[in-house]
Design a protein around this ligand. Structure first.
Ligand code: CP3
Length: 322
């Protein structure tokens, strides 16, 4: 996660020449960025270079990535009228560059490793759309959810519909797997997840079931939500480092794969410590099929690339003996 991002000096060099949205919207460049980590590390998959928020821009909310401040939505969605005003634009017209990047990246990858496509899950997208950017307490999001459930569900329906179309178009363009990022859903209680999120996630996964590619269902801070996430759907459940992988897998049951769950901040520790922590996670997975080794969340920009190399080597070496 964020393996194609700012911890790579070659990415930072490109960013000196181009804005972030400009990179996303220039398929030749976005495809190159997708391949940067593949050229540097023997990782087992590439992730499409794009962003979960790109899907919101054609809806007319005014998306900007301000220097140093993270994403900004200039016209937040906070009322029934705001939801009605969201434009309905077919994915092929709204984000054609994403599908072009996929075709371009697949040509460059030439089958070397699979390409993972992705989208934000409706709750996480809604949180940005309603807050107008990142948030700590999700106050505006919860105000809408608790104060006007009808409008909340209409917003979630709109985002779910758009996301299904967007992901189906990614599969048509050639991705080999999909990941749904519900990065901030861990701010909800199980009751609220069940009432305000789960029905939409179920619709989403049901619609993707016929896509023919595996789907990863990812979130963070989800220790209390894992069973509900499983109920919602996904072939793979993403785990963050706050849970013990073996315990979490036991709760989820044998019929589902898991992904995770190395603490990205531990990549700042020494290669020896990284190796010990890789071993611990592999021990918890116990050589069972259906474990995708990954970070529990994104690589931090200050991570030394050599530490990522040490992680990838440790995973390959320590899992090969099984
Ligand atoms: O390498 C990859 O993982 C592929 C590309 C990717 C990006 N964003 C590129 C990016 C992916 C998969 C994402 C997903 C994404 N974007 C998520 C879900 C995953 C997660 O981390 O929880 C979320 C919540 C976003 C929204 C977003 N985009 C934020 C909050 C930010 C600012 C982050 C920051 O630290 O400044 C972005 C910008 C962004 N997306 C960057 C990259 C490489 C950095 C932009 C830059 O180059 O300045």
């Amino acid at each position: 996660m964020r393996q194609a991002g700012r911890f790579l000096p070659e990415y930072r060099a490109l960013r000196e020449q181009h804005g972030f949205l400009e990179l996303c919207k220039t398929p030749a460049l976005a495809a190159e960025v997708t391949l940067l980590p593949i050229r540097r590390f023997p990782v087992d998959a590439a992730i499409l270079f794009a962003d979960i928020l790109l899907i919101l821009e054609p809806m007319g909310v005014g998306l900007e990535f301000a220097q140093g401040d993270g994403p900004v939505i200039h016209r937040p969605v906070r009322s029934a009228a705001d939801v009605d005003a969201l434009a309905r634009v077919p994915a092929a017209e709204g984000t054609p560059f994403v599908f072009e990047t996929i075709r371009h990246a697949q040509a460059l990858l030439a089958g070397e490793v699979p390409l993972v496509g992705f989208a934000g899950a409706p709750f996480t997208l809604a949180s940005y759309a309603v807050e107008g950017g990142g948030s700590r307490n999700y106050a505006e999001t919860k105000k809408l959810m608790y104060g006007d459930a009808r409008t909340w569900h209409r917003l979630m329906e709109r985002l779910t519909e758009a996301t299904v179309e967007y992901l189906q178009a990614q599969v048509s363009a050639g991705v080999d797997a999909l990941q749904l990022f519900d990065s901030w859903v861990g701010c909800l209680s199980p009751d609220d997840y069940r009432a305000y999120v789960l029905p939409h996630m179920r619709t989403l996964f049901e619609a993707l079931a016929s896509s023919g590619v595996p789907v990863v269902h990812f979130g963070t801070g989800t220790a209390t939500l894992l069973e509900l996430m499983r109920e919602a759907g996904g072939d793979v459940i993403g785990l963050d480092w706050r849970v013990d992988l073996a315990d979490a897998w036991a709760r989820l049951g044998a019929g589902v794969a898991v992904q995770g769950n190395f603490d990205p901040v531990a990549l700042l520790a020494s290669p020896d410590e990284i190796r010990r922590r890789v071993q611990r996670i592999l021990d918890q997975a116990g050589g069972r099929p259906g474990h995708i080794f990954n970070l529990g969340h994104g690589v931090l920009p200050e991570t030394p690339p050599e530490h990522v190399a040490a992680l990838v080597d440790a995973v390959h070496e320590l899992s090969a003996v099984r």
